[in-house]
Write a protein that binds this ligand. Structure first.
Ligand code: PSU
Ligand code: MN
Length: 304
């Protein structure tokens, strides 16, 4: 166990006893949703993992330590301070640790902490990807590079159409990352169930996905796996409205010169404000849905 990693007592005993654990990220709390819905959602997601028979491990960098499993007071701090807490991807971790600082972990850095802790399944909302216009901006999320090198399975609702989904899938293919559709052969686009792009493999049960993870481990392959879980139809917002607002958000970001790590939170909050909370409700439901699936996968993966 790395010296800079601290597990909550609950996560530590679950891992020690070989019980299923699901990692969760903290950028979604601090940068992905407004207060207080972010804290409420964090608790509901943890509860959804528990109800499905696994232990939740919300990850973060906290006062210079990698953490898996946060207290209610710490979740509250992430939610209340929100964007005042820096968004921390792989490149930010050493800096924060060297200064004893706190950061909200993205998919990439949560995967690093999960892997260090021995957690194999991680639930989130959406992964980062190749941004539209990346041929000029070079803006490709570090999440993709992490999936190329860290053996953790990330359960998500696909990726948002703020990204170039075709290039995101090409990038994952280049790096040997399998993209699975849970009950679908189409790659879901976060708010919407369809994107026009196919996944690599459709699997219909948590135990089939668990078998894929075990085969990947048995083969000694060290990359991650993406499991996409479409938003349930009842919570799916109107696809045309989402696309229209996404285009507006992209244009506004360009006008205001928003770049780098600020772009994803900017687009998310633009879409949320413009859809009057409709996108937030969908966001919450899809994260809960992913937490339940991730827990079911973690349950069927065991014993090692
Ligand atoms: N996509 C979402 N919601 C999110 C994020 C992405 O729909 O909250 C967050 C995740 O933490 C993801 C990060 O890992 O943004 C990607 O940011 P970037 O593109 O700067 O790597
Ligand atoms: Mn970026």
């Amino acid at each position: 166990m790395p010296a800079l990693l601290h597990l909550s007592p609950e996560v530590e005993s679950a891992l020690h006893e070989g019980r299923p654990v699901v990692a969760l990220e903290s950028t979604i709390i601090a940068h992905g949703m407004p207060y207080p819905q972010n804290v409420e959602t964090a608790h509901r997601v943890e509860q959804a993992v528990r109800d499905a028979g696994a232990t939740p491990a919300t990850c973060a960098v906290w006062k210079g330590m990698m953490r898996a499993g946060l207290t209610a007071a710490e979740l509250e701090t992430f939610g209340r301070l929100g964007p005042q807490i820096p968004k921390a991807s792989r490149r930010d971790m050493a800096y924060l640790v060297s200064r004893g600082l706190t950061g909200a972990t993205t998919v990439a850095s949560t995967m690093i902490i999960a892997h260090a802790a021995g957690i194999r399944v991680f639930a989130t909302g959406g992964i980062g990807g190749v941004h539209r216009g990346a041929a000029h901006t070079f803006d490709i999320s570090a999440d993709l590079q992490e999936l190329a090198q860290t053996p953790v399975t990330v359960v998500c609702a696909g990726a948002k159409s703020i990204l170039d989904l075709g290039l995101t899938l090409e990038y994952l293919e280049t790096h040997g990352v399998p993209v699975v559709g849970y009950g679908t052969s189409e790659f879901p686009a976060f708010y919407t169930r369809k994107s026009g792009f196919n996944v690599d493999f459709r699997l219909d049960t948590p135990s089939e996905i668990a078998a894929l993870i075990k085969a990947q481990e048995a083969l000694g392959l060290k990359n991650g796996i993406v499991v996409t879980n479409p938003i349930p139809e009842v919570f799916e917002p109107d696809a045309l409205l989402i696309e229209k607002v996404t285009l507006e958000a992209l244009a506004a970001a360009e006008r205001e010169g928003v770049k780098g790590k600020a772009i994803t939170p900017y687009l998310l909050s633009y879409i949320e404000k413009t859809t009057g909370g409709m996108s937030l409700a969908a966001n919450i439901e899809l994260v809960l849905n992913n937490a339940r699936l991730a827990a079911a996968i973690a349950v069927s993966i065991l014993p090692h």
